[in-house]
Write a protein that binds this ligand. Sequence first.
Ligand SMILES: O=C(O)C(=O)C[C@H](O)[C@@H](O)CO
Length: 256
Amino acid sequence: MKTTLPTNPFKAALKSGTSQIGLWSSLCSPIGAELISGAGFDWLLFDSEHSPIEVSGLMPLLQAAAKSDSHSVVRVAWNDSVLIKRALDIGAQTILVPFVQNAQEATNAVAACKYPPLGIRGIAGATRASGFGRIPNYVTQANDEICVIVQVETKEALENIAEIAAVKGLDGIFIGPSDLSASLGHPGNPAHSDVQTAIQAAAKAINSYGLAAGILATSSADTAKYLKYGFTFVAAGVDTSLLTNAVDALRKNVLP
Ligand SMILES: O=C(O)C(=O)C[C@H](O)[C@@H](O)CO
């Protein structure tokens, strides 16, 4: 039975600049979440932006991963205070908010994650996050352990990165390489030199503003490269792609 507020080791690691290597999960499967959480990644990202999953489906993923040492991050489908509140209420302590374009949108994201007076998160007495009401003073303590990350993934957002980074309450900025490559005129080609130059500059800028920089890689080589660029938290791959590649490779080997 949970009677004390869980600390957020991922938030602490970002603050101290300790690298965090994660895995992106789009499978939407509790057994899949349990399986990948046994692999020993520092963090897992459960994606509800580009996956067919709602809040009721996210909760079993958090429950499955809670048995491991991997920290769960939830990407909400949109920068929406209701979606964010519901993800927090089911126990997510780290929220990734997609498609943040400017300081006002980053301010809205932070406000949605925090209880008053820092924000506008609505209060419920007995949620999974508060140990069903058994964590005393959850409402006055929760803000301290919530980690807010916004996703910068367009040319416009990159142009506004200084003002976004200045928003109080942000813990990190995550670069979306796929959307950024499209926005920079190279859809489907995040490896293009223009995109890579922009990604490297973004990591440098985010670090210079005192925030942690994060990104999604799709291979161990890209993971190493992004760590060299200065990213602190890197998702090294995506579970659906790993499964697709393994299944297709096996099929190729055993069928004509
Ligand atoms: O722009 C990106 O890159 C992302 O936001 C990640 C994508 O949504 C996707 O590749 C996750 O599977």
